[in-house]
Design a binder for this molecule. Structure first.
Ligand SMILES: Cc1cc2nc3c(=O)[nH]c(=O)nc-3n(C[C@H](O)[C@H](O)[C@H](O)COP(=O)(O)OP(=O)(O)OC[C@H]3O[C@@H](n4cnc5c(N)ncnc54)[C@H](O)[C@@H]3O)c2cc1C
Ligand SMILES: NC(=O)c1ccc[n+]([C@@H]2O[C@H](COP(=O)([O-])OP(=O)(O)OC[C@H]3O[C@@H](n4cnc5c(N)ncnc54)[C@H](O)[C@@H]3O)[C@@H](O)[C@H]2O)c1
Length: 571
């Protein structure tokens, strides 16, 4: 992965290339283990390629490409120079999850003396209890599905004996991958000289913090700027008793300590859907319990329907919608898990389910315990730290708290690993003297089911609502990839540009490698590339990327470039 990315840079300097190589080589397992110190929480605490640290190290190289040699050496030297700001550090980040890690790496690149405080293990949710182990399990479920698909195998002329799995082997695979990436992340911080301060970070006042076990041994430090990156934990609604065995959250499920015959998944968002893919591939029957009127309510409605046809209907999955799980009692004394369902609107009792296990996937709660927000007059809103569009923290009087930022799950803007990291980078740009506002509508998201769902920008109803409010038309373009030579499954894409100026408002893809394909669209949105220009970009044949080529070409826009021919609008 590293060499593939650095080669594509055509870097003029061999030093730059070897910088990546040597930093990458430094990513050996660390003997130092960081331990959680004193704070209680349920579980205290990227994606297409799982090696997030390699990606970030490569990104460091990518930025360095345009710099002069002294900048390259500064990056290599890392964080050793004393802060010129008069504070102990230029930047202190509380929380070494993906958000904190991304911010720290960018801060070193910018020459800031940086420290990161971590109360548990480096990598946070994504690496230890989120993206990485869940994608490792999904990699297993993808292979199981392929091997179990006799018809598909036969079409290649392949014969495969009955596919089976070793539960502990699968669990070890997920755990080992998380450990490896945790080590990589820790070493990438160390090799750049970021000070990793162990313990709970608490803000004492403006530009002042302490860290430690919360006792007299705590150390006080000062920082010119502070970033809160304390993440989130599973949200368990009232009335649900989690015992970690038969009633579990994603924290427990990722350990795959058992594969239940019948599991109820409460909540059909990202976590619910991805785990339904894993459990059904491993032989479980799944019952969804969803409070809203349809399953997968967060997705674009049409894509949701399509996904239901492929990801739900043919599998051993049934669902209850429009109901709350009001009370869940773990299995005990030979009795199964009891789930009491009430009507989401009337609150009348509806049904009682008896299942082997229940996975609670009803969202995540921001984690700000012990952070000392009261010391700087900041009140959380539904638990989230209030921020403006530049991630600057807003106090209880609606005023910005100088030099204080909050990124990632703790601010609730977009609970995704890459969003946390991008927000961190954006803040570092600002504290280094360059204004930067992240366009959240350009941040892609993906659900790593088989096949995948991906999206960027608005859903169709959101685009129509915006159009009605702002007085423009929306053009809807759709394409399907049923007979593509490269595609082994159906791929469908949808997008909605503005016909008057060609701006892309949203793109949604369902199908093989949708999570990778979305980036052409998200980059186009981020860069402000319009339909009338991108439709002339050439895609290699035969590749899945042609689904986007077709999508862009089929969009109807009124405007044209010098190369483009104006087309009539069909809304
Ligand atoms: C099962 C699952 C699968 C997921 N899959 C994906 C995916 O495929 N793609 C994706 O983009 N996102 C995914 N996510 C979401 C992603 O994990 C989060 O959006 C991301 O981890 C948020 O990063 P963060 O840095 O804000 O917080 P976190 O990763 O939660 O890190 C916060 C860190 O702060 C530390 N901390 C907290 N308080 C303190 C304190 N006071 N002092 C010191 N340290 C403290 C914690 O110990 C933790 O290490 C998934 C989440 C889950 C649960
Ligand atoms: N591939 C990815 O990027 C990925 C994967 C997993 C998680 N995540 C992130 O983690 C976060 C949490 O994921 P999630 O799936 O837990 O949350 P979610 O918000 O995506 O879905 C929660 C679902 O639970 C339902 N619900 C809530 N309370 C309920 C109740 N009492 N009874 C029945 N249904 C109820 C909601 O209506 C909703 O559909 C997401 O915001 C997501 O961004 C991302």
């Amino acid at each position: 992965m590293q060499s593939a990315i650095s080669l594509s840079l055509s870097s003029p300097s061999p030093i730059v290339r070897s910088a990546v190589g040597s930093t990458g080589d430094a990513c050996l397992p660390t003997p130092r283990s960081l331990r959680f110190c004193g704070l209680r929480r349920e579980a205290f605490g990227s994606r297409a390629s799982l090696d997030a640290s390699s990606l970030r190290l490569s990104r460091l190289n990518l930025h360095s490409k345009h710099s002069d040699l002294s900048k390259v050496f500064a990056v290599l030297k890392g964080n050793g120079t004393p802060s010129s700001s008069g504070y102990d550090y230029d930047l202190v980040i509380i929380g070494a999850g993906v958000g904190g890690h991304g911010a720290a790496l960018h801060a070193v690149e910018k020459g800031l003396k940086t420290a990161i405080i971590e109360g548990d293990v480096v990598g946070g949710t994504c690496v230890n209890r989120g993206c990485v182990p869940s994608k490792a399990l999904l990699a297993v479920s993808g292979r199981m599905r392929e091997l179990q698909n006799e018809h598909h195998m036969k079409s290649f002329g392949l014969q495969v004996a009955a596919a089976g799995y070793d539960r502990q082997g699968v669990a070890d695979h997920a755990n080992n991958l998380a450990s490896k990436i945790r080590s990589n992340l820790t070493n990438s911080l160390k090799s750049l000289g970021v000070d990793i301060l162990t313990g709970v970070g608490t803000i004492l006042g403006p530009q002042k913090l302490k860290f430690g076990k919360g006792d007299s041994g705590d150390k006080i430090i000062t920082a010119k700027d502070i970033i809160i990156a304390t993440g989130s934990v599973p949200l368990v609604p009232k009335g649900i008793e989690v015992d970690g065995k038969s009633v579990i959250t994603s924290d427990h499920a990722l350990k795959l300590e058992f594969v239940p015959e019948w599991i109820a998944i409460v909540g059909s968002g990202y976590i619910g859907l991805e785990f339904s893919d894993v459990y059904t591939a491993l032989g479980s029957e799944v019952t969804f319990v969803e409070a809203l009127d349809q399953i997968m309510p967060g997705f674009d409605p049409e894509i949701g329907k399509l996904a239901q046809r492929v990801l739900i209907n043919p599998r051993k999955i049934d669902s209850y919608t429009g109901v709350f799980a009001s009370k869940i009692t773990p299995a005990k004394d030979g009795k199964p898990v009891q789930i009491e369902l009430i009507d989401a609107k009337t609150k009348e009792p509806k049904d009682t389910l008896e299942v082997d296990a229940a996975l609670i996937a009803t969202g995540r709660a921001p984690f700000t315990q012990g952070l000392g927000l009261e010391n700087i007059n900041v009140q959380t809103q539904r638990g989230f730290v209030p921020v403006d569009e530049r991630m600057r923290v807003i106090d209880a009087n609606g005023k910005l708290v100088p030099h204080l930022y909050c990124i990632g799950d703790a601010n609730g803007k977009m609970m995704l690993a890459h969003a946390a990291s991008a927000q961190g980078i954006s803040v570092v740009e600002q504290v280094s003297g360059k204004d930067h506002v992240l366009n959240h509508l350009s941040i892609p998201a993906a659900c790593f089911t088989h096949p995948e769902i991906s999206m960027v920008g608005l859903t169709e109803p959101q685009a129509r609502e915006k159009a009605a409010k702002e007085g423009f038309e929306v053009s809807i373009a759709k394409t399907s990839f049923k007979a593509n030579t490269k595609a082994l499954a159906e791929n469908e894409g949808k997008e909605w540009p503005r016909p008057d100026n060609g701006e892309i408002l949203g793109v949604h893809i369902f199908g093989l490698h949708a999570a990778d394909l979305i980036h052409e669209a998200s980059n186009a949105i981020a860069m402000g590339t319009r339909i009338q220009d991108i439709k002339f970009a050439v895609h290699a044949h035969p590749t899945l990327s042609e689904v986007l080529d077709e999508l862009f070409k089929s969009a109807k826009v009124k405007v044209s470039t010098s190369n483009a021919v104006a087309e009539p609008v069909a809304v």
